[in-house]
Every structure is written in structure tokens, then in C-alpha cells.
Design a protein around this ligand. Structure first.
Ligand SMILES: *Cc1c(COP(=O)(O)O)cnc(C)c1O
Ligand code: SF4
Length: 348
């Protein structure tokens, strides 16, 4: 593994090191089990959402622990194929419009002032609870040959943004927008920034946490714009935050860093996990933004935590942590105009 300090091959290590690391991600269950010194799996699961884990993330898992909180996020389970009432393939009612696998409608405008751009379908890791897991063609993303953004489909993104002058904030999402290489990301941000009515840009990504080598000086440069950039990092467990992430985080001087977390049964559904997570984040100058109630996506029912339990956790965190370290507990329901804060709202 290269470290950023190594002088030889400096240029390449910085420009394509993360891409190479990503292309070497673990995609076979048998290999994952071998690396973790776990018994062989009964069989490779062939679900439509294949195993994909960067080796850096595997390194952060405990050996011989089938309940490791990082492992549980990526491990395909038989429960995934069991139907659960209320859980569907498109819980947010978004993909109906994404015919042909997101060729069209890369820009979603659900909330006033904000437009969400689906930059790519690919992710750097496959999280079993993901509400996008049933997105068409969500497979074989690990082959980072080329990214899905070229001159032609750049206009698919830019035209709706330019034509709607109520859009003040552009949110890059996916998939993981930081899978774009720096050059493409720079071009996209440059074009978005030039739209006069756009005041700020937000980027949602899990990549810097699961593959910290993505954080480079070059990326820092790309994310440093004339308009404010907010970078929302997805992080679910304190064990995800390792030395490499800590060491590289200061490179990202310019964007405001926020975090979001999904509340997951058996992974982070207790205050003794969430408190150290949020404390670690504020100590790295990352402000916890959202704690998400799980989206009711088919195959993820075994991760669900009740809202009642979630509210208890928030109350305990309020007691234990500085106010700004406690994120807003939200859920998203189709047809409702925005994410809804659960805290303070009535639950049934
Ligand atoms: C979550 C989301 C947003 C942004 O919501 P915030 O509450 O501002 O973080 C915007 N558009 C879509 C489609 C979303 O799902
Ligand atoms: S969109 Fe986020 S939660 Fe879903 S698989 Fe990608 S990184 Fe994981």
C-alpha cells in the first residue's frame, strides 16, 4: 500500500492510487471470510446487489467476529430475500422515473430550492441496507474503467439546473459522486458554479470514509470553489474512522464538513456506539447532520430499529453530548415534501 509520504511514483500514487485500491476491492464472499478468518460461507450469494468492499474497510473489521459492525453492513444475508411487509424495491418512489437505468432524469427536484443530481450509479462499497440497492443495473460497479459522465450527459444535468432559477443549492449524490475522477468532478463543479442562481453546492459521499485515499490535495483543490461547498460524509460506526482518514481529513480545508448516519440494528443502535461516533466526528471538525431512520427497502428489514428506540437514543445523546454533536433524527417518506424530523414529531 502506498502512503502519501512515499516519494517514488508520487504523482501516480496521488492521482490514481485510490482508483487502483478501489479496483482491488473484495467482491467474493469466500475471500472476505478468508480475510476475516471466518468459516467458509455456505455458497456465494448471487443477489442482484453483489458484494463490494474496499480492502481498507475490511482491514477495519475485527478478525473472527461474525457480528463485526462493519462486516454486518456489507455482508449479504439470507434474510435479504425474505419479503417483509411495508418494505419495497423503491421505497421513496424515485426510480419509477429512472427508466433505462438513469439515462434520463438525473436531476430530482423534490424539495424547494434544492435539486439532487444523480451523478453516477456506482458506489465504492455496497451497503446492504441501501435504498438504492434495487436501482437498475446497480451491479458490477467495482470495475472503475471509466466513469459515467461525459460531455453529452453533462448537459442532461446542467440543462435542468440552468432552466430552473429556483434552484439555489445543487446536491451531488448517486451512487457516489466522488467516484468521478478529479478532472470530471472539477468540470462538473465548474459548470454548476457558473449558473448564476446556484448559491451553494453540496456533495454526499461515503467514499472518503471507506476509502480515505480518495482524500488528496487534488480533491481538496477541486472541492475548493468560489461558491460554498458542503461535503456530507456518510459514516455509521466509530470503527469506520481510522488513522488514514484522520490523517487526511485536514487536507479538506475548504468545504464545510457534515455527516450523516443510518440507524442500523445490531450495528449502531445504542448510545455507547453513537456517542463515540459523533464525538469523533466533531473532534475532526465534522458536524453531525442527520441520523436517518432506515428506508423501508426490500431486503433491509433486518436492519430496522423502531422510531421509539431511535427517540430514546436521541434523548440520551442530548444528555451526553454538546448540542451540536447530536444530529437531527429524520425519515423520508414518499410523497412527503421533504425529510421529516422524527424528534418532536408525534409517533404512532
Ligand atoms: C435528501 C434530499 C435532499 C436534501 O434534503 P436536505 O434535508 O436539505 O438535506 C434533496 N433532494 C432529494 C431528492 C433528497 O432525497
Ligand atoms: S448509496 Fe450510500 S448507502 Fe447506498 S450503497 Fe452507496 S455508499 Fe452505500
Amino acid at each position: 500500500m502506498e502512503s502519501p509520504e512515499q516519494p517514488n511514483n508520487w504523482q501516480c500514487a496521488r492521482q490514481c492510487g485510490w482508483q487502483r485500491e478501489l479496483s482491488q476491492s473484495v467482491t467474493r464472499l469466500a475471500e472476505l471470510c478468508r480475510l476475516l478468518q471466518l468459516p467458509d460461507p455456505p455458497a456465494e450469494t448471487t443477489v442482484d446487489f453483489p458484494l463490494l468492499v474496499p480492502r481498507r474497510f475490511v482491514e477495519r473489521m475485527a478478525r473472527r467476529d461474525p457480528n463485526d459492525p462493519l462486516l454486518l453492513q456489507v455482508l449479504p444475508r439470507p434474510e435479504e430475500t425474505q419479503p417483509a411487509p411495508g418494505f419495497s424495491c423503491d421505497p421513496l418512489g424515485e426510480f419509477g422515473s429512472l427508466d433505462g437505468g438513469m439515462q434520463k432524469n438525473r436531476v430530482l427536484k423534490k424539495y424547494p430550492g434544492r435539486a439532487l443530481v444523480l451523478v453516477t450509479q456506482r458506489c465504492g462499497i455496497h451497503c446492504r441496507f441501501c435504498f438504492r440497492r434495487h436501482l437498475p443495473k446497480h451491479g458490477s460497479h467495482h470495475n472503475l474503467g471509466h466513469s459515467t459522465l461525459d460531455g453529452e450527459n453533462l448537459d442532461e444535468i446542467l440543462t435542468p439546473l440552468r432552466n430552473d432559477d429556483t434552484v439555489e443549492e445543487v446536491i451531488l449524490s448517486g451512487g457516489d459522486p466522488l467516484l468521478l475522477d478529479d478532472e470530471k468532478l472539477d468540470r462538473l463543479l465548474h459548470c454548476i458554479e457558473k449558473i448564476p442562481h446556484v448559491k451553494r453546492i453540496r456533495v454526499h459521499s461515503r467514499l472518503p470514509v471507506v476509502l480515505p485515499s480518495r482524500i488528496t490535495d487534488e480533491l481538496a483543490g477541486v472541492l475548493s470553489r468560489t461558491k460554498p461547498v458542503y461535503l456530507v460524509l456518510h459514516v455509521n460506526h466509530p470503527n469506520e474512522i481510522g488513522e488514514e482518514f484522520r490523517a487526511r481529513r485536514p487536507l479538506l480545508r475548504d468545504p464545510v464538513l457534515l455527516s450523516q448516519t443510518v440507524l442500523l440494528k445490531g450495528i449502531n443502535d445504542n448510545a455507547d456506539t453513537l456517542a463515540p461516533l459523533f464525538t469523533a466526528l466533531i473532534d475532526l471538525k465534522i458536524v453531525p447532520y442527520y441520523l436517518h431512520q432506515l428506508d423501508k427497502v426490500q431486503g433491509a428489514a433486518h436492519f430496522e430499529v423502531s422510531e421509539e428506540r431511535g427517540l430514546q437514543l436521541i434523548a440520551e445523546l442530548r444528555h451526553r453530548l454538546p448540542g451540536y454533536a447530536v444530529p437531527t433524527y429524520v425519515r423520508e417518506w414518499p410523497g412527503e415534501p421533504g425529510k421529516q424530523a422524527i424528534e418532536g414529531a408525534k409517533t404512532e
